[in-house]
Design a protein around this ligand. Structure first.
Ligand code: ITT
Length: 182
């Protein structure tokens, strides 16, 4: 199976998940166009159809986003742009003194064989009051999954994979791939 992404952090996480499921995984490192639409599912659908036109073999993609409740779901599907422009410091500044810090991390996996398949995963949590930890990537230093005092960036890859939005979507994808082999 091939993952198309420009993000090495995503690949590392999937590599561990695929290894644990005895599935092969390769990387096609590519930045593909992502339209700015109002839901992850719509974004990933467009990207999937774009890529099916140029890919010769089976592949999947992952579109993820951080949805902050007190900011009405911002940055959500715009997470990539917001991470590049505001970054974690900008998000923390926006949320300065805000008491309601609930947020959800979401992932939609899109996979194409002879038809499209989608697998969605999420994890609820809160936005930390400062950046903590050096592991992971993206918003990991500011996101604490519910029930944990650690941010994702303070966890090992396997600890993050035990509860993350991505692992959640991936476990449905793994179940689908296993069933398909029967
Ligand atoms: P692609 O090439 O796969 O699209 P990307 O980095 O643009 O890579 P997304 O659009 O899915 O990926 O991600 C939106 C933003 O959210 C981006 O800045 C990521 O770094 C960040 N992000 C995605 N998954 C994350 C995770 O598990 N933990 C922290 N940040 C994450």
């Amino acid at each position: 199976m091939m993952l198309v992404t420009s993000n090495d952090g995503k690949y590392e996480e999937y590599r561990e998940i695929f290894r644990e499921n005895n599935e092969e995984l390769s990387l096609f490192k590519k930045k593909y166009p992502e339209e700015q639409l109002d839901s992850l599912r719509k974004v990933v659908e467009r990207s999937l159809y774009y890529l099916t036109g140029i890919m010769q073999e089976e592949f999947f993609i992952d579109d993820s986003g951080l949805f902050i409740e007190s900011l009405n779901g911002f940055p959500g599907p715009y997470s990539s742009y917001v991470f590049k422009t505001l970054g974690n410091d900008g998000i923390l500044k926006l949320m300065d003194k805000m008491e309601r810090r609930n947020a959800t991390f979401q992932t939609v996996i899109a996979f194409y064989d002879s038809s499209p398949h989608f697998f969605a995963g999420e994890v609820k949590g809160t936005i930390a009051t400062s950046k903590r930890g050096d592991n992971g990537f993206g918003f990991d230093p500011i996101f604490m999954p519910s029930g944990s005092y650690l941010t994702f960036a303070e966890m090992s890859r396997s600890e993050k994979n035990a509860s993350s939005h991505r692992a959640n979507a991936a476990s449905q994808f793994m179940a689908f791939l296993k069933k398909r082999k029967l």
